[in-house]
Write a protein that binds this ligand. Structure first.
Ligand code: AMP
Length: 276
């Protein structure tokens, strides 16, 4: 595995691969890697000839009071995990944006609501960094996790709208043994906070298991189970379009965002019913 820190170096490598007709797979991350990230690499690996993983804590997607400066890091552990997952190039840029970079990419509609309500700069930061990463890495196929379900929908829309010749795959949400959705930010949780964080998936799974089809009743059920410090949202959306649903009469997704102490947590589950 090669580690590249210069943006021009990975761009040159990617061009050479593409000129040889090779399929390039790409998994963008912010590092502090866990099984959720490596599961995406495992999905990509058989679908490409060369696999690139990026680690870049993107300043554009952090709000002023968010955790950019204390975002957890583990460069050596991350490199070992990437090597074990068969990654060809680990891209850890130290010169990613040109100093006078001024272009922003924004996907309207889908970027509003859910996580976009309390984090207004968030998705524009993500689509801007991912668009530039795509330009540099020129992937044939890219994999994003369903853990960030709204982000996955936004990336699919951006790729379609900009006619980028990239296949976008979604990887299933990976959980810890106790059910907590794996996240780099779980490292911030004290044992007591972590115990309360389990209420997120408990609430979502109770909603998924209930006979009820009325979204408001399902949300009330979920809220009665959530044990968090700051509630952000708990919603049921169409699984494909992310349109809000009043009645669960088609494949849907229950999504939650909230804070425990200073840690922001998100989770989601599929809501499946007999649709007749
Ligand atoms: P991040 O490093 O948090 O920006 O995440 C990088 C990629 O890993 C994104 O596509 C996430 O959706 C995905 N990811 C993070 N956690 C999980 C998880 N628990 N299960 C599946 N994918 C995940």
């Amino acid at each position: 595995m090669q580690t590249l820190t210069r943006t021009a170096a990975i761009a040159e490598q990617a061009l050479a691969w593409r000129a040889q007709g090779l399929r390039v797979g790409f998994v963008p991350t912010m590092g502090f890697l866990h099984r959720g990230h490596t599961s995406l690499m495992e999905l990509a690996r058989p679908r490409c000839d060369k696999l690139v993983v990026s680690i870049f804590v993107n300043p554009l997607q952090f709000g002023v009071n968010e955790d950019l400066d204390r975002y957890p890091r583990d460069p050596e552990g991350d490199a070992a995990k990437c090597r074990a997952a068969g990654v060809d190039v680990l891209f850890v840029p130290d010169d990613f944006y040109p100093p006078d970079h001024s272009t922003r990419v924004r996907v309207e509609g889908l970027s509003e609501g859910l996580c976009g309500t309390s984090r207004p700069v968030f998705f524009e930061g993500i689509t801007t960094v991912v668009a530039r990463l795509f330009g540099v890495v020129q992937p044939t196929v890219t994999v994003f996790g369903e853990k960030d379900y709204q982000q996955l929908a936004i990336i699919r829309r951006m790729v379609r709208d900009l006619a980028l010749p990239i296949e976008v795959l979604g990887g299933p949400l990976i959980r810890d043994d106790d059910g907590l959705a794996l996240s780099s930010r779980n490292a911030y949780l004290s044992p007591a906070q972590r115990a309360r964080a389990l209420s997120l998936h408990r609430a979502l799974f109770a909603m998924a298991a209930a006979e009820e089809r009325d979204a408001a009743a399902l949300i009330a059920l979920g809220r009665s189970i959530l044990d968090v410090d700051t509630f952000d949202y708990l919603e049921i959306r169409d699984a494909v379009t992310l349109a809000p649903l009043e009645t669960v009469d088609r494949p849907a997704r229950a999504l939650v965002g909230c804070w425990i102490g200073g840690t922001r947590l998100i989770d989601n589950v599929a809501i499946e019913r007999p649709w007749t």
